[in-house]
Design a binder for this molecule. Structure first.
Ligand code: NAI
Length: 697
């Protein structure tokens, strides 16, 4: 069923019914139009109420129809709204719980609107890089005034119905009801049934006293705040039209702006990310309704950098945590850092004192494994040494109750080996958080060879509850994100060999939109981490070539910010990266020793070599089944590695460039004598897709 129809006295009630959020898909739109017609034809009906079944009036467009011809099939949203607005009997929108996007546009096309208090009202289209395209930018300013409307349209953020009802002179809600919502709505419909002419939002005058000055200011602000996204400024243009043009012309203007934005790479990237996030939560071989294990209490082993941050995630979600360390000093230190983090939030006004106290009350500490017996999940975040992990997992296996989940936050060790330290490998899983763990959105959920399906689904669901973006990864060295970044770092090293400076590479990459270039990132994370990995690689993969530059840097003790010097120089107490004379001299000598004549390398080449290094490794990862889909890789890079959102992640970016073009560029790079030919051997999946003219998506 897509919408139901019933007559209650003199009022016809049309109830949208398209779970989960009454999306305005084709069937639903058709059913509403038919309902209006039926009500018009029934002499006993004097007024019409449109409402929504379940937990929404309507969340807007049906995302399942995105990009399909059904989205435009008649009645499309615009024609449905025109039909409702032109009805011969009054139509009342009875808005409750959630009314967003197309749902709000439909309500604005009704003659009257009543709302339940507490309903979330929004036009969130801007978050997908578009704008409300069914009259939202023309009607909302008429209903609540230019400034409040523009704020809602440019931010996409929801506002509560009762707050909107407080706007002086607003005509959005005729009534807001606190209880007996449907009865009150029907009573209201009876009350206005005989009023003529039928009021229409489109007829309301819409002006701003400062006109041009205001819109000029608003446009500049939107551009400055959303530098890389064109939609917010276009929203300003449309709202300006609402104040200047005739209603029909404004609608046309809005329609054209909407259509143009749909075609921008930025909007495509945002929509890609939106769908990628949804896809990432699905595991093809595990039914979505798999029963999950209850997680009411979490144990965390190790209160260091990661353990403390991980704990905060659960405390924030109201889940009690017990933190275990070997020594009291380590516990005190870890606890101190958690306190400091929360206190900083309190200071900034981001956290209320009582909430802070509530969260800390959920946290207990211990030196004894006996205190972990009640925990449903243990997350290990101790030193990255297999012997240490072994001891911890053996102890967990001995004390944790049957059915408890044992997770490791390891970034490089073999999860299957860790699972084998226990008698319950089916209950062992990887939960790879990113630093700072209380801030970073990404959680790689590592599925071991023996991890039980319900354990995986439990952790995915729990990840969502602590507001992480979960991406499933198979077991391999570095999982998805770090395995790819290793190739990116290798390539960054080759760029130095050939003549780039660290600052030149960082600048090019940051201009492309990365939060941070590879060398600033190395200085922040600690260059010694990569050094340790390379030393291992020299033994494990003697054929794999690396630039020596990073080793030379580490031999000088320049590990980065923590040692006061790295690829850049640092002034004590500050984080500004200052280009280093010493590093430049080091690079010059290094090139001389190798007999390389330095070459000037343009920004495009720098960026493409680095990004295609990610893409090629990403293709291997998809082909090996380590990632379930290419879009999962994009989620990893968007949420864990600062890849520019408006480019939609490395794999989406490669699709935008065209895989054939990517493969051609790689061929060219391979011919460069100072680069590594083996490095640019295209992954079989990439080569195949490029040859067939296909894309990752
Ligand atoms: P850390 O050195 O800051 O903290 C480790 C903590 O574990 C220390 O407080 C130590 O006292 C404690 N510990 C050591 N052995 C223990 C034992 N047997 N029982 C109880 N506590 C013990 O290390 P960090 O950075 O927090 O890393 C922890 C784990 O997280 C490692 O596996 C690491 O690979 C992984 N990881 C680290 C990331 C990072 O950016 N630092 C990112 C993602 C994962």
């Amino acid at each position: 069923m897509s919408a139901s129809y019933e007559v209650r006295g003199a009022v016809a009630v049309i109830t949208l019914n398209n779970p989960p959020i009454n999306g305005l898909g084709h069937e639903t739109r058709k059913a509403v139009a038919e309902g209006v017609e039926k009500a018009e034809d029934d002499p006993a009906v004097k007024a019409i109420v449109i409402t929504g079944a379940g937990k929404a009036f309507s969340g807007g467009a049906d995302i399942r129809e995105f990009g399909s011809p059904k989205a435009l099939a008649e009645p499309n949203l615009l024609s449905l709204i025109a039909r409702v607005e032109g009805a011969s009997k009054p139509v009342v929108a009875a808005v409750h719980t959630v009314c967003m996007g197309g749902g709000l546009e439909l309500a604005l096309g009704c003659h009257y609107r009543v709302a339940s208090s507490g309903a979330s009202i929004a036009l969130p289209e801007v978050k997908l890089g578009i704008l409300p395209g069914a009259g939202g930018t023309q009607r909302l300013p008429r209903a609540i005034g230019v400034e409040p409307a523009l704020n809602m349209i440019v931010s996409g953020e929801p506002v509560k119905s009762e707050q909107l009802a407080l706007i002086p002179g607003q005509k959005l809600f005729d009534r807001v009801f606190e209880r007996d919502f449907m009865d009150s709505a029907i009573a209201f419909a009876n009350e206005i049934a005989a009023v003529r002419p039928l009021p229409m939002v489109r007829d309301i005058k819409c002006k701003h006293p400062e006109g041009d000055a205001y819109f000029g200011f608003a446009r500049n602000t939107a551009k400055a705040m959303a530098k890389n996204f064109p939609a917010p400024a276009r929203c300003v243009d449309c709202v300006e039209q609402a104040t200047k043009a005739k209603f029909e012309d404004g609608l046309k203007y809005e329609r054209e702006a909407f259509a143009a934005l749909m075609l921008t790479p930025e909007s495509k990237a945002l929509r890609h990310a939106f769908f990628a996030e949804r896809a990432a939560s699905k595991v093809p071989d595990i039914p979505e309704d798999t029963p999950v294990r209850p997680i009411a209490r979490v144990a965390i082993i190790g209160a260091g950098t990661m353990g403390g941050g991980i704990a905060m995630n659960f405390l924030n979600a109201g889940i009690p945590v017990v933190l275990l360390e070997m020594k009291q000093e380590a516990l005190d230190k870890g606890l101190g850092i958690i306190r400091k983090n929360y206190e900083a939030q309190v200071k900034k006004g981001k956290l209320k004192e009582d909430k802070y106290a509530e969260r800390m009350a959920l946290l207990s500490t211990t030196l004894s494994y006996d205190d972990l017996r009640d925990a449903d999940l243990a997350i290990e975040a101790v030193f990255e040494e297999i012997g240490v992990k072994q001891k911890v997992f053996e102890q967990l296996d001995a004390v944790m109750k049957p059915g408890a989940i044992l997770a490791s936050n390891t970034s490089t060790l073999d999860l299957d080996r860790i699972a084998a330290f226990t008698k319950r490998p089916q209950d062992v899983i990887g939960m790879h958080f990113f630093s700072p763990a209380n801030v970073m959105k990404l959680l790689e959920v590592v599925r071991g060879a023996k991890t039980a399906p319900d354990v995986l689904m439990t952790v995915m669901k729990l990840g969502k509850a602590i507001r992480k973006t979960c991406v499933v990864s198979g077991v391999c060295d570095g999982f998805i994100g770090n395995r790819m970044i290793e190739q990116y770092s290798r390539q960054a090293g080759f760029l130095l060999d050939e003549g780039c400076t660290p600052q030149q590479v960082d600048k090019a990459v940051e201009k492309f939109g990365f939060a941070m270039g590879p060398f600033r990132m190395g200085d922040l994370a600690g260059n010694d981490i990569g050094w340790a990995i390379r030393k291992r690689r020299y033994v494990e993969k003697p054929g794999q070539r690396y630039s020596k530059t990073a080793d030379l840097l580490c031999e000088l003790g320049r590990f980065g910010q923590k040692t006061g010097a790295g690829w850049y120089d640092y002034v004590p107490g500050k984080r500004d990266a200052i280009p280093s004379r010493l590093v430049e001299d080091m690079l010059v000598k290094h090139r001389e020793a190798l007999g390389i004549a330095p070459r000037k390398i343009g920004d495009d080449e720098i960026v493409h070599r680095l990004v295609y290094a990610l893409v090629n490794e990403g293709a291997h990862i998809v082909e090996e089944g380590i990632a379930l889909r290419a879009s999962d890789i994009d989620m990893v890079y968007l949420t864990g590695y600062g890849f520019p959102l408006w480019r939609g992640g490395p794999m989406n970016y490669a699709d935008t460039v065209g895989l054939w073009n990517v493969a051609q560029a790689m061929k060219k790079f391979a011919k460069n004598p100072a680069d590594d030919q083996a490095f640019w051997q295209p992954a079989p999946l990439l080569a195949r897709l490029a040859a067939e003219g296909r894309s990752f998506s």
